[in-house]
Design a protein around this ligand. Sequence first.
Ligand SMILES: [Zn+2]
Length: 411
Amino acid sequence: MFYLIITILVADYVIGRLLSILNASYEKLPVPAQIADIYSEERHRQQTQYARANRQLSWLVNTFSLVLMLSLLCFGGFRWLDIEVHQATASISSTLLKGIVQAIAFFMTIDILESVLSLPFDIYQTFSIEQRFGFNTTTPKLFVADWFKSIGLQAVFSVVILSAVVPVYTAIPDWFWLVAWLVVTLFSVGLSYFYSQLIVPLFNKQTRLEDGELRDAIARFAQQAHFRVSDIYVMDSSKRTTRANAYFTGWGRNKRIVLYDTLIEQLTTDEIVAVLAHEIGHNKRHHTLWSMLLKALMSLLMFVLLGLVLRYDLLSSAIGCENSFHVNLFLFYILYSPVNMLLSLLTNYLSRRHEYQADEFAKQNQQAPQLVSALKKMSAASLNNPCPHPAFVFFNYSHPTLVDRIIHLQS
Ligand SMILES: [Zn+2]
């Protein structure tokens, strides 16, 4: 079992490296004709340098985390942590409470350690790479605040989920998989409903559209597409980055389209309406519902497998630990990663189809030319890769490539 865990970690790293090398090999190809007008020689050169800088950083991060993980597993790092957690909680008399506290302490230590160790890389990414290519607008103060908020948020999620799941495992181990799946699914459906009210405000301000030419144009299109203009918001994303984007989120009465203020700055009114048409397309085709359903099915599979694995004490003993829920859960997470990788192929495929469908909606509403022009502008401004390797796209892309979208929109 120990060697299986090691093999999975190494294989995952090797596949990632291979895909990245394949992708880099496409760098020398000329820019496809459909987008040659937005990638001048100078811009293409910039894009290649930007991609290279990011590739080197991710190579460094992945190698560092693989070496660290292997060292921790081989030299008993997690075993040491588990013993420390057991000793620190020895005075708690209730077995149930002890189990909960141990699980929370174990996972939070790993989470915090991970955040601290990845901090230098994150700082380099934001204040060196993004800065050099003109994307960064984050101040050090905001960066620090974001970092603490993310850790806090992660801690709250860990506490909520573990406090609900550990008692279930203690009380009804045979039905643990089913109840835990229900708990986690309800939590994520609820989170998706309240995402805009609870999570986004921690990081950004969202305001309704101001009166004016843009609001009028948007209102006209929204009315024609039967979408409430009051559900369209503008977000102050320019305080972190110059990149432009828009997204559709939530469901039921809490659905919302969010436009980045950078999008409004960089695109013309017609182009913004076309982007909005694409986002309304996501709503009309019930994409949130479909992806929530798929996510729920996938996590059901995960909990069934977890339930099976937890019945046998195979995992904890593999790294020399006492049989405990949190260590089993942690090792299961590694064992499950190949399955997760296969499933992500499916979710990415579905997501790319959804993008085509949302584009199709925009096209049916006579927005295709404006959408093409908006996508080209945003893509070139973000220095997106004009011709990624098809294998890299198949594994990693949640959106079709720009060229594929243009071909589809113009067909
Ligand atoms: Zn989309």
